[in-house]
Ligand binder design. Structure first.
Ligand SMILES: Nc1ncnc2c1ncn2[C@@H]1O[C@H](COP(=O)(O)OP(=O)(O)OP(=O)(O)O)[C@@H](O)[C@H]1O
Length: 265
């Protein structure tokens, strides 16, 4: 059996009297591709922050890449994890070029200073940007990119250090239909690549789940209400409970579609 990449047991997070996560027990094994789905405020980003070793739980235990949080140096652990999220994008220094943004991921820093990069680093950064359809953007300033271009560059950056775990927080948010479909296709290709890292992606929309994603966890009000193989989790019953309204769901050519169920006459 493949090794455990994430192991959460009884995880709770409380902030300022609010419960953000409650009793989450979750295991992600090597080579799995997970999607975390839930409505606004369900705790998805909080759970991803735990998985990224950016947040300590209030209670419960967390093991990431076989390192126990609280007993390991998170600064050594974080470079083994690729994280693409708006929170990271917001911290990109003004004037940072796309190529530097990807290169600096090798040191898990934002903002190029005096670090040295060799031709192998440069070749890898260019190759990743090319694979994500960003070859033309290499010399551009990150702040001048469109939302769709930024999302793709962030994924290239997250992949740069060859992480063992790739975390994507709402990678398709804010994209137009063409941009969403392009990204979902690229993520499906990545999911299908046996050399790609274990992946966990957060989304509000089942339509954004790429083909090849194997597992799903549904969050509602900080609780994991269903988790396991995607076909077993994406059911009318689970989705209806998760979003709090009657939903139907179907699958076509590997993609999922959900809509509100018409009220019974
Ligand atoms: N420091 C904090 N203090 C109190 N409440 C917080 C704090 N940080 C987050 N929350 C609340 O915790 C809940 C979960 O937030 P989180 O960002 O994890 O949800 P989410 O599922 O990612 O939401 P969205 O889909 O809207 O991005 C939200 O209701 C949020 O307002």
């Amino acid at each position: 059996m493949a090794g455990e990449v994430l192991q959460l047991s009884g995880v709770g997070v409380r902030r300022e009297g609010a419960t953000l996560l409650r009793d989450v027990t979750w295991t992600v094994n090597e080579d799995e591709r997970w999607v975390i789905v839930g409505p606004n405020g369900a705790g998805k980003t909080t759970l991803l922050q735990i998985a990224a070793a950016m947040l300590h739980p209030t209670e419960g235990s967390v093991e990431i890449l076989e390192e126990e949080i609280g007993r390991t140096d998170v600064f050594e652990l974080r470079p083994r994890i690729g994280l693409a999220s708006t929170a990271v994008a917001e911290k990109v220094p003004a004037g940072e070029t796309v190529i530097d943004l990807v290169l600096t991921a090798s040191y898990a820093i934002l903002g190029r200073w005096q670090e040295e990069y060799d031709s192998t680093d440069l070749a890898r950064a260019v190759e990743l940007l090319d694979a994500l359809g960003c070859a033309d953007l290499i010399r551009r300033t990150f702040s001048t990119l469109s939302e769709g271009e930024r999302k793709r560059v962030q994924i290239a950056r997250a992949l740069m250090p060859d992480p063992e775990l790739l975390l994507l927080d709402e990678p398709a948010a804010g994209l137009d239909l063409g941009g969403r479909e392009d990204l979902v296709t690229r993520l499906a290709r990545l999911a299908d690549d046996p050399s790609a890292p274990t992946m966990v992606m957060v989304t509000h929309h089942v339509e954004e789940v790429p083909d090849g994603f194997t597992h799903a966890l549904l969050l509602r009000k900080g609780e994991a209400i269903a988790q396991g193989k995607v076909d077993e989790v994406f059911t009318e019953e689970h989705l209806t409970r998760c979003f709090g309204l009657p939903l139907s769901i179907e699958r076509q050519n590997g993609r999922w579609y959900a809509r509100a169920r018409a009220p019974r006459p």
